[in-house]
Design a protein around this ligand. Structure first.
Ligand code: IDC
Length: 420
């Protein structure tokens, strides 16, 4: 016989077993995350929103960084945001500008420049040496003076100056091409000055007279042009004004002096400290005439140009004589090829010129940043790239210059160490 009590205990046991089995199955499912209680639904939605948010930010961030013509405000935002991006998830840097071959150096930026005792110095009186490139004519090859190209010169070559050769009379020159050409040239200059400033580089605005042998021919244009430039770049301590490239033909130092005495005050009235370069007779090679009768302004340097394939020891002597006399000289244009801008590198003469540049710590710009099919172009004529160049993209002179930058820096460093 089964007692009432036993029946009752059996029922209880069955109920307890059922609870244990159901509870166990439910517990395992809960652990696996298959069960969501109604009160958890609100929380889950909130979490999903949190996950979505950063993705939205990343998308916007990429747009901001890629935008080339960002305003100052945009730039600040762009500067701040990458930090956040890195914390969330490492994303590849936007289109790198440092993919080209590199000299591995970065030449110094010195701030405002002055001329003291025939030499270029910074605010503390420390010697300054600028080393860089000259553009070809801005109307011919504007694609090499863009923000990307200039940034890459700084990142890959390490140089600290670019000269903007704006022809006045040759091919679509400033004084002969009409208003549209004038406007375009000024836009090119503006982009280049901004890029140079952004990359801690000096920039020379070069009034590139050539077939108009005498700077007085377009003097009134020059006065108007430099007046406009100096107002625009009054606060840019990195802008250098070259008021005439290469006077030639029968232009005398007296002619140049008369021109300089009118143009220099136009610049100095706005920026009393601007560094100004003045061309010299005979394609900027006659320093003797200047020594006899220099200009009466401060912060002036006279230009001397050489092409190693054509100009040799007598030209070097003329330069070193003037330097020994204390004349401030800036090599605003030179080449290791012939004076017609073509031919092969004369490496024997080039090395001798380089010794003079090193010994006197001269500032210089090599002619020219383009891929024109001529020996002086730094880029091979079959290369269309305007930034991030590989060594193979360079011409013979381009490779020679690139190697020289590397070697020279080693040399300068070891000299500095020796002096300590
Ligand atoms: C040359 C260019 C060449 C261009 C020519 C225009 O290399 O492509 O067709 O000008 O006349 C200078 C001048 C510079 C010359 C350069 C080479 O300042 O404008 O460039 N040179 O001839 N002085 C000495 C040499």
């Amino acid at each position: 016989m089964v007692s009432k009590k036993q029946k009752f205990l059996t029922v209880i046991l069955v109920i307890v077993l059922a609870i244990v089995i159901v509870g166990g199955v439910f517990g395992i499912s809960y652990m696996k995350g298959d069960v969501t209680f109604p009160w958890q639904l609100v929380e889950t939605e909130a979490k999903r929103e949190e996950v979505k948010e950063p993705a939205k930010e990343q998308k916007e961030l990429k747009v901001t960084v890629k935008e080339p013509k960002s305003t100052e405000q945009d730039k600040e935002v762009a500067k701040e945001e990458p930090k956040e991006e890195k914390e969330q998830e490492p994303v590849k840097e936007p289109a790198a500008l440092t993919d080209g071959d590199s000299t591995g150096i970065t030449l110094d930026y010195y701030g405002a420049l002055h001329v003291e005792d025939g030499a270029l110095v910074d605010n503390t009186g420390k010697a300054v040496q600028l080393t860089g490139v000259s553009s070809h004519g801005l109307s011919w090859f504007p694609e090499y003076v863009t923000a990307d190209s200039i940034k890459s010169l700084r990142d890959n070559w390490g140089i600290n100056v670019i000269r903007l050769a704006m022809y006045t009379s040759d091919y679509n020159g400033y004084c002969v091409g009409g208003q549209d050409i004038k406007d375009t040239l000024k836009e090119n200059i503006d982009e280049a000055v901004k890029a140079a400033t952004d990359n801690d580089m000096y920039v020379i605005i070069d009034w590139h007279i050539l077939n108009d042998s005498n700077p007085n021919e377009y003097k009134s244009d020059a006065i108007q042009f430099f007046g406009e430039m100096v107002r625009k770049y009054e606060d840019n301590e990195n802008v250098i004004y070259e008021i005439c490239n290469e006077p030639n033909g029968d232009t005398t130092w007296e002619d140049i002096k008369a021109y300089a005495n009118e143009v220099i005050p136009v610049i100095r009235n706005v920026n009393k400290d601007a560094l100004i370069l003045v061309g010299t007779p005979k394609w900027s090679s006659d320093l003797d005439s200047v020594l006899d009768d220099p200009l009466e302004f401060d912060n002036i340097m006279y230009t001397y140009h050489f092409y190693a394939g054509s100009h040799k020891s007598s030209a070097r002597n003329a330069l070193t004589n003037a330097l020994e006399e204390g004349l401030p000289v800036f090599i605003s244009e030179y080449g290791f090829v012939s004076a017609d801008g073509d031919g092969a590198v004369d490496s024997k003469e080039a090395a001798k010129w380089q010794e003079v540049i090193d010994e006197y710590q001269l500032s210089s710009c090599i002619w020219n940043l383009s891929n024109k099919a001529e020996g002086s172009a730094l880029i091979a004529s079959d290369c269309d790239k305007t930034a991030d160049l590989q060594y193979d993209d360079l011409s013979e002179q381009g490779q020679y210059f690139f190697d020289m930058l590397k070697d020279n820096t080693k040399q300068t460093k070891s000299n500095t160490e020796k002096r300590r």
